[in-house]
Design a protein around this ligand. Structure first.
Ligand code: DGP
Length: 114
């Protein structure tokens, strides 16, 4: 979608610190990092958010999870721990309507989240 911020990053119309890409997903560092490691993992296919995902997207969603685990290992946060977060809707603070998972790590985090 031409008016989607993350589609524009995928299409290289906007710059981003891309650290991983394959035929299904792109991962880049968040512009407003909330932790020493803060990576966004997004599907190339435009999906508004998890609420828009259907059964046919299950393989893609699983792939995002294994990519997240690999990127956590590469950024050396796998042993110390990390979070994989998808904000859906206003109560969760979703601000970009292209499905994205936040990979956060490198500091101690509290529960419940704010
Ligand atoms: P959310 O609140 O879950 O919708 O997260 C959106 C995230 O996207 C937020 O952490 C900031 C990040 N973000 C917004 N615009 C840009 C951008 O242009 N580049 C990068 N790298 N990240 C962005």
């Amino acid at each position: 979608m031409s008016d989607c911020l993350f589609c524009r990053i995928i299409n290289q119309d906007l710059p981003a610190d891309v650290i991983y890409e394959d035929d299904q997903v792109v991962a880049f560092r968040d512009i407003q990092p909330q932790a020493p490691v803060h990576v966004l993992i997004i599907p190339r296919q435009h999906l508004a958010n998890l609420d828009a995902a259907v059964t046919e997207d299950e393989a893609l969603l699983g792939h995002i999870c294994t990519v997240a685990a690999e990127l956590a290992r590469r950024d050396r946060i796998a042993e110390s721990g990390y979070r994989l977060v998808a904000n859906v809707g206003p109560d969760a603070g979703e601000s970009v309507n292209h499905l994205h998972f936040h990979l956060l790590g490198g500091r101690h985090m509290v529960w419940p989240p704010g």
